[in-house]
Design a protein around this ligand. Structure first.
Ligand code: CIZ
Length: 324
């Protein structure tokens, strides 16, 4: 008689053990974005938003970085770590938002507005970063824009984040790009109103990549990192989560006494969910798929990312000073 088939739990457990062994042998670190599958979040050495992960990539002593996220994130880690091998377990894991802009189109816009500084959301390719003055994430976009001397700013590629930043920094003139995150765009005002009616005690926390009419209904607008802080600090016991569904894993784990609901079942990023335990094990075993950026592009893109990191560092220093 052949062997009984393994249960899914058994199968996952074996893969986790294999990953732990390979990680040690390879001197690797596993960096995981907040939108990844639950089982991938469970094997993370570092779990967070793209800002946390970009900084972690700089500080790690490991020789190999396995980046469980999408391509632009692994690319940023590679740019910031020229001496390290950065692996993306699934090479097809891309970001449609990052693909909504080309270097040629951005160059044309820059020519049209030579007095404007270019701020690129981290959800962009290395080439776009290389063409920009400074990068930003959803957790530091407001501070980054405020830190720029130019009054005019070309903000690429997410129009919803750009519009939200404009509402917070009215002294700047922000020119928006026609890009959007298809996952966040799926969330409609109607979904939010329905969810609020179903959970009248819940606070609605929303990501700035959502549509403006969705943001208008939010109790709090923030990045994924901001959502963890807010949910912990808030007196509310229930929350409707306006971002990708991978967030539920950690929100529930870190707040056992609180309840978290998705406003619709459609807030799932197919690219983020491509990474599985099997692919992580395969990636570590075969050292694939290495993300490489030419030094010509990486050198310019690094400056853009480093400017962003130094703005964040300065803001944190100032906050610490004013709190002491
Ligand atoms: O910045 C990121 O990591 C993304 C894509 C969302 C967020 O707010 O963390």
């Amino acid at each position: 008689m052949s062997e009984r088939p393994k249960s899914e739990t058994q199968y996952k457990e074996e893969l986790k053990q294999k990953i732990a062994r390979l990680k040690k042998e390879r001197n690797a670190v596993i960096i995981v974005h907040n939108y990844q599958r639950d089982e991938i979040q469970e094997i993370a050495d570092i779990l967070g938003d793209s800002l946390t992960l970009a900084r972690a990539a700089v500080n790690t002593k490991a020789k190999i970085i396995v980046f469980c996220g999408v391509h632009f994130m692994a690319e940023s880690a590679a740019i910031l770590n020229p001496g390290k091998k950065v692996l993306l377990p699934v090479k097809e894991a891309g970001c449609p938002l990052a693909d909504m802009i080309t270097v040629q189109k951005l160059r044309r816009k820059k020519k049209e507005f030579p007095d404007a500084a270019v701020v690129c959301y981290v959800n962009s390719s290395a080439e776009i970063k290389a063409e920009s003055d400074v990068s930003c994430t959803s957790s530091n976009a407001i501070e980054v824009v405020r830190s720029i001397e130019n009054r005019r700013i070309i903000f690429v590629p997410d129009k919803n984040l750009g519009r939200y930043v404009q509402s917070q920094v009215p002294e700047k003139e922000i020119m928006l790009w026609e890009g959007f995150c298809p996952t966040h765009l799926r969330l409609t005002e109607e979904d939010v109103v329905k969810a609020k009616n179903k959970h009248p005690e819940a606070e609605f926390i929303a990501h700035p990549e959502c549509r403006p009419e969705v943001l208008a209904n939010a109790h709090h607008i923030c990045s994924t990192g901001g959502m963890f802080q807010y949910a912990k600090a808030s007196k509310a016991k229930e929350f409707i989560v306006g971002t990708e569904s991978g967030m539920l894993y950690r929100l529930r784990k870190e707040n056992p006494g609180k309840k978290f609901y998705m406003p619709t079942a459609h807030l799932m990023c197919a690219n983020m969910k491509l990474t599985t335990l099997g692919w992580v094990a395969y990636s570590l075993e075969n050292l694939v798929y290495e993300v490489k950026v030419s030094e010509e592009i990486a050198g310019k893109a690094r400056k853009t990312l480093e400017r962003m990191l130094s703005v964040t560092q300065q803001v944190q220093k100032n906050t610490a000073k004013s709190n002491s």
